[in-house]
Design a protein around this ligand. Structure first.
Ligand code: CUA
Length: 179
């Protein structure tokens, strides 16, 4: 039997299991259990995976929540697009919108304080990529991705879109300040 010619025994799947074959199946099965446990173990102790919660929302609801935070805590605007710079109190829920083609608004956060960062898109799927931290989250319309963040280093962080979203994709950038 080869990959080209048909098998001699047409009903090959009824042939009894070879010992070697059985050993490989057993190894694969045990390994799959090991990987399954590792997945959970690494999530808790690996200090790498993001624990994010996703809930359903609507574009309108999400936009309204974002607007409310922007209206309340804007301290200035930046860039020629007049993007508001928002300085919310520590511990609060902050909402970031991804849309064609910007991340809105800009947040100014306090170092060492925890915030609940919400992410959603207004049109298509975008990719939230925080640099230089290398945190990546897919951002979908009508879904609210929430992740608890505690910035530990002061500085200016860039957000770039890492899901192709049209002709302005390369210019879809944002910013988070940590002071
Ligand atoms: Cu948004 Cu690419």
């Amino acid at each position: 039997m080869s990959a080209i010619s048909p098998p001699e025994q047409r009903i090959w799947w009824k042939a009894p299991l070879d010992k070697l074959e059985f050993i490989w199946i057993a190894i694969a099965f045990v390994w799959s259990l090991v990987m399954f446990v590792m997945m959970i173990w690494w999530h808790i102790y690996g200090n790498q995976n993001l624990a994010n919660v996703v809930s359903k929302t609507t574009k309108e609801m999400y936009a309204a929540k974002t607007q409310a935070v922007v209206d309340k805590y804007t301290v200035r605007t930046e860039t020629d697009k007049q993007i508001p710079v928002v300085k919310p109190p520590a511990g609060s829920d902050i909402y970031l919108i991804g849309r064609l083609w910007d991340w809105w608004p800009i947040y100014e956060l306090e170092k060492g304080k925890t915030y609940k960062l919400h992410l959603s898109a207004m049109d298509y799927m975008h990719g939230f990529s925080l640099q230089p931290q290398n945190i990546n989250i897919q951002v979908h319309p009508n879904y609210d991705h929430t992740v608890k963040i505690t910035p530990t280093q002061a500085g200016t962080y860039s957000i770039v879109c890492n899901e192709y979203c049209g002709v302005g994709h390369h210019a879809m950038v944002g910013r988070i300040y940590v002071k």
